[in-house]
Design a protein. Structure first.
Length: 277
């Protein structure tokens, strides 16, 4: 893609690009915004280095892409529901579902369209994040499998994961202690690119509608194994004040927790999305 204001360097043939030539702490002009938006749609996840945003600037950048999504269960950051704190250190016992391939908050009826993570403190070595293209995962399937999956929907539930990670009731987004649960197509169509992508993940997907448990389990295991194919992936090595912005509609990611007892700390905002179709 040709850009006037930013530079785009792809990280792999199928997914990922590093963006330079822009300061995310400053308001984006229309041309800069469009070029960053187009890079996200093309590369599915984009990365920025040496960005010293405040939380307000982080949120302002996110709002250029839409209304900010409020996580259904994560504690607010200093009373701000728009921001999720990402933290692991010597006192952590796990980083929960982040270590597994997943799409953020897919149990929402309208999952976020994208997430923007700004890490301020990172270990000297380790703590990389892997991203996988669900376009590539879908395209690699046979036509027969594509046709079969195209007629199926799967249930996504956040109760097990969010109870395990956050361990509280009475603080959920809706105030009713109701963990999100939603039925989504296994293959969704991206509302901007028009491409098809697989939309099941190990963290939130529980079963396929209309199939016996042993059938559902077998198909989901096949898809989870397939999604983890290395050729569908890129790997991002963090440095302090790096930013990752991923399209939640067509990617999955997993964070490596190979840096214990070192500290990894930052903040994430997410942008509201639409109902998968």
């Amino acid at each position: 893609m040709s850009c006037e204001r930013i530079q785009v360097m792809p990280l792999s043939p199928l997914i990922g690009a590093e963006i330079s030539g822009v300061d995310l702490s400053e308001p984006l002009g229309n041309q800069e915004f469009q070029e960053i938006h187009d890079a996200l749609i093309t590369h599915q996840v984009i990365f920025f280095r040496e960005q010293t945003m405040t939380l307000d600037e982080h949120k302002a950048f996110g709002r250029r892409f839409g209304k900010l999504h409020v996580h259904p269960a994560a504690p607010s950051t200093d009373g701000d529901q728009d921001v999720v704190t990402i933290h692991a250190d010597a006192n952590s016992t796990s980083v929960s579902g982040g270590q597994m391939w997943h799409t953020d908050v897919s149990a929402d009826e309208e999952p976020p369209m994208g997430s923007i993570l700004h890490l301020k403190q990172v270990p000297e070595v380790g703590g990389d994040t892997l991203f996988a293209s669900m376009y590539a995962a879908y395209e690699a399937l046979s036509n027969e499998m594509k046709n079969f999956l195209g007629g199926l929907k799967a249930w996504h539930s956040s109760e097990k994961r969010h109870k395990a990670r956050y361990g509280h009731l009475g603080q959920l987004r809706d105030g009713l202690n109701t963990y999100p649960k939603a039925l989504h197509p296994i293959v969704r169509t991206h509302p901007v690119s028009g491409k098809r992508a697989l939309f099941v993940n190990t963290v939130f997907t529980t079963h396929i509608e209309g199939l016996a448990k042993f059938e559902s389990d077998a198909i989901l295991k096949f898809l989870y194994d397939h999604i983890a194919t290395p050729e569908f992936q890129c790997r991002f090595r963090w440095r302090a004040n790096s930013v990752a912005f991923w399209d939640n509609r067509c990617t999955q990611h997993r964070a490596l927790w190979d840096y214990f007892p070192d500290t990894r700390h930052g903040y994430r905002v997410a942008v509201c999305g639409d109902k998968p179709v």
